[in-house]
Design a protein around this ligand. Structure first.
Ligand code: CA
Length: 228
């Protein structure tokens, strides 16, 4: 049975575009153009994931999320405006599973949806999300804050560690520099965007060069990915 995705978005052009793409991917799609209707549909328990715009007529996306979380763990990906820092922080605090910044590449949205849907049933089986992350001989232990390649410890700074962790958590998903900046450096980072490239270079010196394995792949014009 195909999974059902609820789109709550008042901008008809965006909603329609996403609907077409999702249908094409084999998802069933439901749409709501305001917060009240979206909340009612989400609470009906008939969908597997909600894409929730923040700026909505009626009740806002954040309010929809706040009310929904009283009774439901439905996976929610928020759609936020590029500069709406507060919305992202509040949304994640209120229990959104992920967010994507408008305008977004449809491939990134699809990838985030797949991750979100995969997490849902797997969570109970695989234990907490802070389990050890692996890629070949490379392991990252979020609890002990340790990285190893085989038996050899790899010394990373805090930022390098977060960057590697983010890439490992999103294995096979190409992350843009913007996404990495937001996730690793924070919403309010005001420095140069090439800081991402600089830190990828540090990671490569400490892992790829030292152990002779290509770990981080550059996707030209897009960003970075760690593939299986
Ligand atoms: Ca809107």
């Amino acid at each position: 049975m195909s999974e059902k995705i609820l789109i709550v978005e008042d901008e008809e052009k965006i909603a329609r575009f996403v609907e077409l793409e999702l249908s094409h991917e084999g998802y069933e799609v439901q749409k709501a153009a305001d917060g009240r209707e979206g909340l009612a549909l989400a609470e009906s328990g008939d969908c597997d994931l909600m894409l929730l715009d923040i700026m909505l007529p009626g009740i806002s996306g954040l309010e929809v999320l706040r009310r929904l979380r009283k009774s439901s763990a439905l996976p929610v990906i928020m759609l936020t405006a590029r500069d709406a820092v507060i919305d992202k922080v509040s949304g994640l605090d209120m229990g959104a599973d992920d967010y994507i910044t408008k305008p977004f590449a449809i491939e990134e949205l699809l990838a985030r949806i797949r991750v979100c849907l995969r997490k849902k049933p797997a969570a109970a089986l695989t234990g907490p999300a802070d389990a050890i992350l692996r890629r070949g001989d490379l392991t990252l232990d979020p609890l002990r804050h340790e990285v190893r390649y085989g038996d050899a410890p790899v010394e990373l700074t805090g930022r390098e560690f977060s960057l590697l962790q983010t890439l490992l958590e999103n294995r096979n998903i190409v992350l843009s520099r913007d996404t990495l900046l937001t996730r690793v450096w924070g919403y309010d980072y005001m420095g140069e965007t090439n800081v991402v490239d600089v830190y990828v270079r540090y990671l490569r010196q400490k892992i790829d060069d030292r152990f002779g394995v290509p770990v981080v792949t550059t996707v030209r014009g897009v960003g970075y990915v760690i593939k299986d």
